[in-house]
Unconditional design. Structure first.
Length: 95
């Protein structure tokens, strides 16, 4: 009987330890998800005065009017220009 009691005590101690550490892992992970939302908001830039954005809007509207889906695949050297064009295209196409 004494052996079963020791075994039960260790099982209980391990279970409490796992439960406690699992709770702290969740608490530590929660701010990471909140930061992700803020990063996403920073990605939404105002490209309205950008030439490549305006080009994307024009081509998106034209493709929408002619029922085409991204007929011209533009590639720009700068990553920022590519992002601006794609944002404009999506806005112009109505997505």
């Amino acid at each position: 009987m004494r052996m079963n009691l020791k075994h039960g005590f260790w099982v209980l101690a391990v279970a409490v330890g796992i439960g406690t550490s699992g709770g702290s892992v969740q608490a530590g992970a929660a701010p990471l998800f909140q930061d992700h939302g803020q990063d996403h908001a920073q990605d939404q830039q105002d490209y309205s005065k950008n030439k490549t954005y305006q080009q994307g809007v024009r081509e998106g509207k034209a493709d929408h009017a002619h029922n085409r889906d991204h007929s011209k695949k533009r590639h720009f050297k700068k990553d920022e220009d590519q992002k601006a064009y794609e944002a404009g295209y999506q806005k112009g196409h109505g997505n």
